[in-house]
Design a protein around this ligand. Structure first.
Ligand code: ADP
Length: 589
């Protein structure tokens, strides 16, 4: 239903009140006016009667009918009224308009009756004689022969009415003018009352849209002004509250979004209250507007559903490990806490998911590492113990045997030493953070030269030669000791896994922001599927061959860590029987 405007409710009411008031004033005024005019007419007649009565009295006493008639007619003309003289018995003595002989007895006329009683009589009625409405005034006065007569004056009502109508016309005209003026004023007043309300409505609508920039104009009236002030105050407070809520919401979202844990809040009906981006990423759910949806729609993981159900049924915090296999193996720890509402009652639960995959992997690596180290150490220790026991049991008596056994024991203790040395340097490099590492500008060819010198005896033993192509001024910003160790490990491998009388090429050149160093051998090469694993600790393609050559399986792991510590990297290109090329990238000086 369309509601009418306040203006159109106020304005017609005002108009109606104005019209009624105007009509009432005109009606009452006209009544008074008519009354006033009538009494004025009557007093005029009375004055006339008083003025003419002495002359008539005189003429009437002369009992000279012609003179009397002439006088009556003359006086009537002067007074502008009909004059009648009535005898005490009601018969007509003289009349200015009619023949007194033909006129009937007037003793029954109300004004005559009053005059006969000795008073002044007034009446307004239809005249049978003249056949029109007249206003009569009758007064007793002395007549002929000590008698009394009644002097009656009359004027026709239409004259009176005409005079009144003229006044009425003016009143009506002024009434119309007053009406138009008051209609205009009423309209302005109604508008003055309704306009501020219209503005308030518009501002309130703007407030509802969240636009608090406009302020309400405050009218001077107590009520509407007070309302406008209250609305302005309300808008200010609302604005502040909305800003606070928006800021808090943004902060909450920022915290929520940047959390390293997945967070899920669920109400008692298992509908999602909120879920953070990490939780969405963990469970691979891409639902628009997850808020308000049922949990299975958002997270399709039965283990999570069971966990949430259980958490909702108990008030105690819950903890459980959840494994995900959708995109690779991932492990999460879910912890629940009761989500309270404003009254402190349980609204639902909030679940925090910690991704412990990396921790698990590290645990596995550590476990494997301990197992590997134990295994690596166990072999030489067992052998050493075995040979010592053999010596103890009598082999010592055979000097040739004893010498051989001692050599084997020496070799294995060397191996133990090598393993322990490599483990120590590995842990040193691993612990070394970049900031702790001392780097300085070094001439690369010097470092390579020292590394080659360290490996020279093994190379000479196999008649392996080196072809070195390194620009003499090429410099790098590195820790020389560590890089030399890395190069020794690589050159040592190249010697170890190459046949006798082959050549190892060492090349270096500038490539982008790095210096690239290639160590190329003509050795046995490495299968493609093995290439990714040779950098793992203790990984060896051919265990027996490596061990025979004195390898510990830690050399490449150490190289990789040294490269990481320098923000550099290492890669390998190889094929079985085709030799291998190990490439390291070092930062330029
Ligand atoms: P190791 O002490 O056994 O040399 P590394 O970590 O240095 O241990 O190397 C791991 C494995 O990678 C070696 O056992 C070997 O199988 C392979 N490898 C390393 N360098 C070479 C190379 N130049 N040619 C062929 N295989 C290599």
């Amino acid at each position: 239903m369309k509601r009418p405007r306040l203006l159109w409710q106020l304005y017609p009411t005002y108009l109606l009140i104005t019209v009624l008031a105007l009509l009432a004033v005109i009606w009452v005024g006209a009544g008074f006016l008519r009354q006033f005019y009538f009494s004025e007419t009557v007093s005029q007649l009375e004055i006339n009667a008083r003025l003419i009565s002495p002359q008539l009295q005189e003429a009437a006493t002369l009992s000279h009918p012609e003179r009397l008639h002439a006088l009556v007619a003359d006086l009537a003309r002067q007074a502008g009224a009909r004059i009648t003289l009535v005898r005490w018995d009601g018969t007509i003595l003289a009349d200015s308009e009619e023949d007194s002989q033909t006129m009937d007895n007037h003793a029954d006329r109300p004004e005559i009756m009053r005059a006969l009683d000795g008073e002044q009589g007034v009446s307004r009625r239809f005249s049978n004689t003249l056949q029109k409405n007249l206003i009569y005034l009758a007064r007793p006065m002395p007549g002929p022969d000590q008698t009394k007569v009644v002097l009656r004056l009359a004027i026709p009502q239409p004259a009176f009415e005409n005079a009144l109508r003229g006044v009425y016309g003016k009143i009506a005209l002024s009434g119309l003018v007053i009406f138009l003026l008051s209609a205009l004023v009423s309209y302005l007043v109604a508008r003055r009352i309704s306009q501020p309300l219209v503005e308030m409505k518009q501002s309130a609508e703007a407030f509802a849209r969240g636009d608090f920039s406009r302020k309400l104009w405050v009218p001077r009236t107590v009520e509407i002004g007070g309302l406008a002030e209250s609305l302005n105050q309300m808008a200010k407070e609302l604005d502040e509250r909305i800003r606070t809520i928006t800021r808090q919401r943004a902060e909450q979202e920022a915290v929520f979004g940047s959390m390293q844990e997945g967070v899920l809040a669920v109400d008692r009906e298992e509908r999602v209250i909120d879920v953070n981006p990490l939780a969405v990423e963990l469970f691979g759910t891409a639902v628009d507007q997850p808020q308000g949806r049922s949990l299975p729609e958002v997270i399709r993981n039965p283990q999570v559903h069971a966990f949430v159900k259980n958490a909702l049924n108990t008030s105690e915090p819950q903890e459980e490990e959840i494994a995900l296999y959708e995109s690779g193996e991932r492990f999460l720890v879910a912890r629940s806490a009761v989500l309270k509402d404003e009254q402190g009652g349980a609204r639902g639960v909030v679940v925090v998911f910690n991704d412990i995959t990396r921790r698990k992997q590290l645990e596995n690596i550590r476990r494997d590492f301990v197992a590997n180290v134990s295994h690596e150490l166990k072999t030489p220790i067992t052998l050493i113990q075995g040979f010592i026991e053999t010596l103890h049991e009598g082999a010592l008596d055979n000097p040739a045997e004893a010498k051989r056994f001692l050599k084997i024991i020496w070799e294995h203790s060397q191996r133990l030493h090598a393993i322990v040395e490599d483990l120590l340097s590995l842990s040193r490099v691993e612990q070394m953070k970049e900031s702790q590492m001392q780097t300085q500008e070094e001439i690369l060819s010097n470092i390579v030269g020292q590394a080659i010198a360290a490996c020279q005896p093994q190379a000479d033993a196999k008649e392996i030669t080196f072809a070195v192509t390194i620009p003499p001024r090429l410099s790098v910003r590195v820790n020389a000791v560590l890089v030399e160790q890395a190069l020794v490990n690589l050159i040592d491998n190249a010697v170890k896994f190459s046949e006798a009388k082959t050549e190892i090429c060492l090349q270096a050149k500038s490539e982008g922001p790095d210096i690239r160093v290639d160590i190329q051998d003509q050795g046995c090469g490495i299968e493609a599927q093995e290439q990714g694993r040779i950098f793992e600790r203790f990984y060896r393609v051919d265990k027996a061959r490596s061990r025979k050559a004195g390898g510990t399986g830690l050399g490449l792991a150490i190289v990789k860590h040294i490269m990481n510590a320098h923000q550099g990297r290492i890669s390998v290109a190889s094929a079985p029987g085709q030799g291998s090329t190990f490439t390291v990238y070092l930062p330029k000086a």
